[in-house]
Design a protein. Sequence first.
Length: 178
Amino acid sequence: MDLHLKDKVILITGGAKGIGAAIARTCSQEGAVPFIVDRDDESGRRLQTELRAGGPCGLIAVDLSTAENCSHAIAQTLQEFGRLDALVNNAGVNDKIGLERGTPEDYVASLHRNLVHFYSMAHYALPYLKQSQGAIVNIGSKTAVTGQGNTSGYASSKGAIMALTREWAAELLPYKSG
């Protein structure tokens, strides 16, 4: 398959395991330069070693819970590869914060874990994505539409991600290439 990713620098949050690792592997197979952002340094290093057999691959082990760390991840990508062509907002965890067994504090923490960094990463990446006419890909979940039970924080976050994706598409339409 040719996704036209050859030599594109693609930052993938939550890129060391699961869906993120699958995205990083596919990017690498397509000739792109994946840049893995994950708080799990050990898993990130294992995947980076695997992917470097086929070409360059970046890694930063950082927790995206602060805007400063999100900014740092973008800066590190630019320092290593000099450009950014795509941001894949993927990091998140179904943390089982429900209505009955959660607390208001747990709920807000779940929103922060699963949503706030999507905005921060896109905010800091935007000037560089405009330069490269790059893309933002936000990974959601069907739980935003179907519910699951005992996932109030996660489901709310994923619903908000769907809304942000539509909002950003409208806001950034003037930058559409071609």
